[in-house]
Ligand binder design. Structure first.
Ligand code: ADP
Ligand code: MG
Length: 548
């Protein structure tokens, strides 16, 4: 019997947004449904490698679009892996992604900004409710004998009931809204498939009057020669694999030949995903083996500091029927990871050199993630250091370490840094006064990750990183601005300084470790610094905030 269930609160909120059409472009619903159908086929094909009885009888997988003008419906039918009763309830009634609830709370009703945000989030299956006022899903899971029907009007609840069906796979039927009836028309469907789903590797068929017509090229986009893939096709492919609506900032399509062979089509998103720093977030690079989808959950395929990458890697060398566990530990995967990392960093370096303004956009989105590589990946440390960009006291925009070193003052050996929550906060710091007076540039580090790589990396080329908030940041060896070609004489410590220091030490007693006179201040009378070897003050504050 049909059992009525409520959607998880997050789903209801999402459906509400969908119903109020935050998406300007409704036809994306078809892309979402086709990509789900194609994923389901990929999974069944993979399952059949180890359990042939569970595969399609003829070994062929496909997605069929079937309009029914009499019923005013459009069905999307696949012979993929199908869903059990529990899977129907869980997959089509909840959102498993962590951070969802916080994300949705942060959204307002219908501003433009929200639209791009929700676009990155991807509403997937629920986008069906943009064009339909009722959706029915009938599914039979491979290996099971009982099929189930899921049905909902997208208004808070859905029902699930057993139903007769003997074909393994899923049929999604959309009862089209009055104003969306065009999605029953062949020209419309053809157009949408061509623009949104041509890269899908399975045939997508239109079934009309008992006849079937293939609508797409049905060859995996990444296997086509690079010069035959248009930017538009690559973009649509990116939208599908990444569940994204933005334009890719970088597309990297190449075939690696030699010791290991693989093809990859990778993207750096143009917009920052909302969950970039969610600890549960994984990269979204899908692993294929000789055109067969294997997994989208191979953590070892891409280093964590490149987790913003999206796309596919298709290996020629891996065995197909390999378990996930073996996969994670496979030396071939490690080789592919190395190869991918090198390529991606190489492309980034090119962009950094040839398109600085564009590179700055990338850096604003993903720089903080890339910097994790500075302490995680020793092998790429030099490459990452030269890709790193910083705010600085000497320039408006972003500067590289190379820029910094080129501007160092005579006598200066270290790269001076200050860590703070924001560039503004850093600039207000009295510790900068002496550096300003001598015209010595200081890098303003404002990402929490900076506290972690700085002590690990310690040096760029032969130049030590030195925090201006530490006792050891000594300016006396650096020449100040020369007047009339003459070195200005160091002003002698004003009389009475020693007595003042002694008095302060006595008064402050155990509250401070030491009191010293300094040349780093020119306007302020005093400032706090951390001793060389002690924890940096900003880090100490960060940890205190997190009650560590
Ligand atoms: P996503 O595809 O990002 O996981 P969706 O909302 O598009 O999110 O789909 C939710 C889940 O429902 C999928 O992960 C999948 O498990 C399941 N699903 C959706 N459509 C199908 C289908 N045609 N066949 C099998 N499972 C499906
Ligand atoms: Mg989906």
């Amino acid at each position: 019997m049909a059992e009525t269930r409520s959607f998880q609160a997050e789903v209801s909120r999402l459906l509400d947004i969908v119903a109020h059409s935050l998406y300007s472009d409704k036809k994306v619903f078809l892309r979402e449904l086709i990509s789900n159908a194609s994923d389901a086929c990929d999974r069944r094909r993979y399952l059949a490698l180890t359990e042939p009885a569970l595969g399609a009888a003829d070994g062929k997988y496909r997605v069929v679009l079937k309009p029914d003008p009499a019923a005013k419906t459009l069905s999307v039918i696949d012979n993929g892996i199908g869903m059990s009763e529990i899977e129907l309830i869980e997959n089509l009634g909840t959102i498993a992604r962590s951070g969802t609830s916080a994300f949705l709370k942060g959204l307002g009703q219908d501003s433009k900004r929200d639209m791009t945000l929700i676009g990155q989030f991807g509403v997937g299956f629920y986008s069906a409710f943009m064009v339909a006022d009722k959706v029915e899903v009938v599914s039979l899971k491979a290996g099971e004998s009982q099929a189930h029907r899921w049905e909902s009007d997208g208004k808070g609840s859905f029902t699930v009931s057993p139903v007769d069906a003997s074909e393994v796979g899923t049929r999604i039927t959309l009862y089209l809204k009055e104003e969306e009836k065009d999605y029953m028309l062949a020209p419309r469907l053809k157009h949408v498939v061509k623009t949104y789903a041509d890269h899908i590797a399975l045939p997508i068929l239109l079934e009309e009057d008992g006849k079937e017509e293939t609508l797409n090229s049905a060859s995996a986009l990444w296997t086509r020669p690079k010069n035959e893939v248009t930017a538009e096709q690559a973009k649509e492919f990116y939208h599908t694999v990444a569940h994204a609506f933005d334009d890719p900032w970088l597309t990297l399509h190449y075939k690696a030949e030699g010791v290991i062979e693989y093809t990859s089509m990778l993207f750096v998103p143009g917009a920052k995903p909302f969950d970039l720093f969610d600890p549960a977030r994984k990269h979204s690079v899908r692993l294929y083996v000789r055109r067969v989808f294997v997994t989208d959950d191979c953590a070892e395929l891409v280093p964590a500091y490149l987790r913003f990458l999206k796309g596919v890697v298709d290996s020629e060398d891996l065995p197909l029927n390999i378990s996930r566990e073996t996969l994670q530990a496979s030396p071939l995967i490690a080789k592919i990871r190395q190869g991918v990392t090198k390529r991606v960093l190489g492309e980034l370096a090119k962009k950094a050199a040839d398109a600085q303004a564009d590179y700055a956009k990338f850096w604003d989105n993903f720089g903080a993630v890339l910097k994790e590589g500075l302490y995680e990946d020793f092998e790429q440390r030099e490459a990452l250091l030269s890709l790193a960009r910083f705010r600085s006291t000497a320039a408006e925009g972003l500067v590289s370490l190379e820029d910094y070193v080129g501007r160092m003052k005579p006598g200066q050996t270290a790269i001076y840094t200050i860590t703070a929550d924001s560039p503004e906060a850093a600039l207000r710091s009295p510790q900068l006064e002496g550096f300003r007076a001598k015209g010595v540039e200081v890098l303003l580090l404002t990402d929490p990750v900076d506290e972690f790589w700085l002590p690990m990396v310690a040096k760029y080329k032969e130049h030590e990183f030195r925090s201006v908030t530490r006792g050891g940041a000594d300016l006396s060896a650096i020449e100040g601005p020369a007047k009339d070609g003459q070195k200005p004489a160091e002003p002698p410590a004003p009389a009475g300084t020693a007595e003042l220091v002694a008095l302060l030490k006595l008064t402050l007693a155990d509250a401070v470790k030491d009191v010293r006179s300094t040349d780093r201040l020119t306007e302020s009378a005093v400032c706090l610094v951390a001793d060389e070897g002690d924890m940096d003050m900003h880090l100490a504050r960060l940890l205190k905030q997190h009650k560590q």
